[in-house]
Design a protein around this ligand. Structure first.
Ligand SMILES: [Zn+2]
Length: 362
């Protein structure tokens, strides 16, 4: 009996254990199912699973490509991926710099805004006068004309119109005048002017102010003589205080006072408060700020060559890069300019070229 009751008790305990184990198993299965369900729900509502797409591998790339569009949103767990995904477009927007090689000849050296024309360097006349424009009918309100026949280089006339209008707007003065014969002069016109001056004052006195035919800056169409005509009288710019605006501010428009009193020994020309020369922007600004006449400026630029340091000049907030290219073998030379950057090239009418890049606002 004892044995029977003992085995019954044992069996009962085993049965109870089995029941408890079954209950625990069911409990764990339910917990597991609930856990799986919650994981699915979390993934579904955070967008990790695509609609109707049961492949979690293929849904990863779309969430990455969406990242750049979300890069402007505030911080989140995905924003750390944004810099990586935006990096490749940034690299592609900076294309490699390419260059164009320009071939420059001895004939080209006689052309451009920075050509030196003096007793030592005669002007090389172009075949036609197509680069000139009559001032009459094409001038701005900022000045008067001493002659209806005078012409200037077309670009220089435009620059002068702008500069004169700025002068008028700032000072209210209306007496600025482009004097007769004070613009372009042909070889014959200069010859006539020179001969008349010699007849009047003698050769020595004439040579101080009037260049020999072929050696006058007025041949270029880049030079002009300015005075003041007011109340029926002519005055020099340096005689009237308000007209000091002209030599002071014209450099911003590309013009320099070409023959200052301090440079007579270098230019070989007496002080001419009326004679302005277009050399272009920003050269006029650099020359004026550094007290350099054209002869000196051309010398200074020799220190800035293509493979060395370049000269950087700022004018009205725009930065320019400048360097000099010598005419190496006497007949031809080459200049490299970066593609997509506005540039101009001028001969110096002596021994080479000046390259000017407009870099823009830095
Ligand atoms: Zn002159």
């Amino acid at each position: 009996m004892n044995n029977q009751s003992y085995t019954r008790r044992i069996n009962e305990r085993v049965r109870r254990r089995r029941r408890r184990a079954a209950v625990l198993t069911v409990f764990f299965i339910v917990i597991l199912l609930l856990a799986l369900l919650s994981v699915f729900l979390v993934l579904h509502f955070t967008g990790r699973l695509g609609d109707g797409d049961d492949s979690s591998v293929t849904t990863e790339p779309p969430t990455q490509t969406q990242a750049p569009a979300e890069s402007g949103e505030p911080a989140g767990s995905e924003t750390t991926a944004a810099p990586e995904t935006t990096a490749p477009p940034a690299e592609t927007t900076a294309p490699p710099v390419t260059y164009t090689t320009l071939t420059l000849t001895r004939a080209d050296m006689a052309k451009g805004d920075l050509i030196l024309v003096s007793a030592d360097y005669p002007y090389v006349f172009p075949a036609t006068e197509g680069h000139l424009t009559l001032t009459y009918g094409n001038k701005s309100k900022g000045y008067q004309l001493g002659s209806a026949q005078d012409k200037l280089d077309t670009r220089v006339l435009a620059a002068f119109n702008t500069a004169a209008d700025a002068f008028l707007a700032e000072t209210g003065e209306t007496g600025l005048i482009l004097v007769q014969n004070g613009a372009y002069r042909s070889y014959a016109a200069q010859e006539d002017l020179y001969n008349r001056r010699v007849a009047k004052e003698g050769e020595e006195a004439a040579a101080k102010y009037v260049a020999l035919p072929g050696n006058s800056e007025h041949h270029t169409g880049l030079a002009m003589d300015l005075s003041v005509y007011t109340d029926g009288k002519m005055y020099g710019l340096d005689e009237l205080e308000t007209y000091q605006w002209v030599p002071k501010n014209f450099p911003r428009y590309g013009f320099v006072l070409r023959y200052p009193a301090s440079k007579v020994a270098i230019t070989g020309i007496a002080y001419e408060p009326w004679h302005f020369r277009y050399v272009g922007i920003p050269h006029a600004v650099y020359m004026t700020n550094n007290n350099l006449c054209l002869e000196e400026y051309i010398n200074t630029l020799r220190a800035y060559q293509a493979d060395g340091t370049h000269l950087f000049v700022e004018s009205d907030g725009i930065t320019y890069e400048i360097w000099y290219v010598p005419l190496t073998d006497g007949e031809v030379t080459y200049a490299l300019v970066p593609d997509g950057v506005p540039y101009s090239i001028s001969g110096n009418n002596r021994d080479g070229f000046v390259v000017t890049l407009t870099l823009g606002r830095q």
